[in-house]
Design a protein around this ligand. Sequence first.
Ligand code: F6P
Length: 364
Amino acid sequence: MNKPQQRVGLLTGGGDCPGLNAVIRAVTQCLIRQCNAEVIGIQDGFAGLMESRTVPLSWERVDDLLALGGTVLGTTNRLNPLDTPDGVARAMHNAHALGLDALVAIGGDGTLTIAHALSQQGMQVVGVPKTIDNDIEGCERSFGFDTAVATVTDALERVQTTGQSHGRIMILETMGRHAGWIALEAGIAGAADIILLPEIDHDMAALASVCREREARHDFTLICMGEGAKAVDGGITYDTPAPGDSGKPRLGGAAMALRDRLQPLVQSEIRATVLGHVQRGGSPTPFDRVLATRYGVHAANLVAQGEFGQLVTLRDGKLASIGLDRVASQTRRIQANDPLLLTARQLGVHFGEAQPPTTPGCSC
Ligand code: F6P
């Protein structure tokens, strides 16, 4: 075997997500096959880089990973080098001591912000967009999102049959932090009557009125709600006011808060379900396996071509890349003219507004 031409580090950071292992497999096998590279797995994200905890990644080690949920490298939101005294210097020093020529960082906004900071210090970094929230700037689809949407859609269908049988108002809360992509796409796929998004504050009187109209028709009501959604006269609901691992407060419980405010205004009983981490676990869908593989191969190609400081992305369905500087510390949220939002509006899905904007008539 020839001497490896370069040594590439690979890490997964932030919350886990279906498809991480598929990216690890694709990056590793592509770099070994195309560049005869040596691939070093860094454990537990940037914490592992600051503590020099690594594991070798061979072709055989990653070969079975395509459909496996979670990440075999481990991940954490703790020990952010940007918040740790000498953290960046330690990460740079250890990367040098490990002989890393390049680093592939698979993660969401937090991980990509750290990757950008290290790349400004001279580290040769390529990023891969991971998050079920689908909220990474400049990237129309992060891997893991499709799997989360499939899980939420399945849950909505289950909640629907029981809600319909009892004539109840059923609220299902999804993850997504301050972006409503999971709630919007799953809400459409799961035929929700009302979708509540962090991007559109909802009005309690308007919601109650929609539910009462449905009650008058002996109809049950299915509400799909992003965890970051809030009432016009209310605030975001936190699971705990204390910051979680990421240093940010943990969202959760918006469905129960809505139930408690809506119940006195309607006849039907209301039940609230919070899906939580079920959305992040398990095996990636075939779409996510393919997307993760495409991203992994593209990231390996950028390393081979010496194109660093970039995030691999999907633009108009095609692989592309964007500078990490344009992505760091940004959140991609749903805009008022988003095509999917307009599609749902045209179908009569309610978004909890007191005065929904008028939608263009159907052209048929
Ligand atoms: O960003 C991904 C995400 O799953 C969010 O949708 C959710 O609010 C958060 O992570 C949960 O994080 P943790 O695993 O720290 O509870």
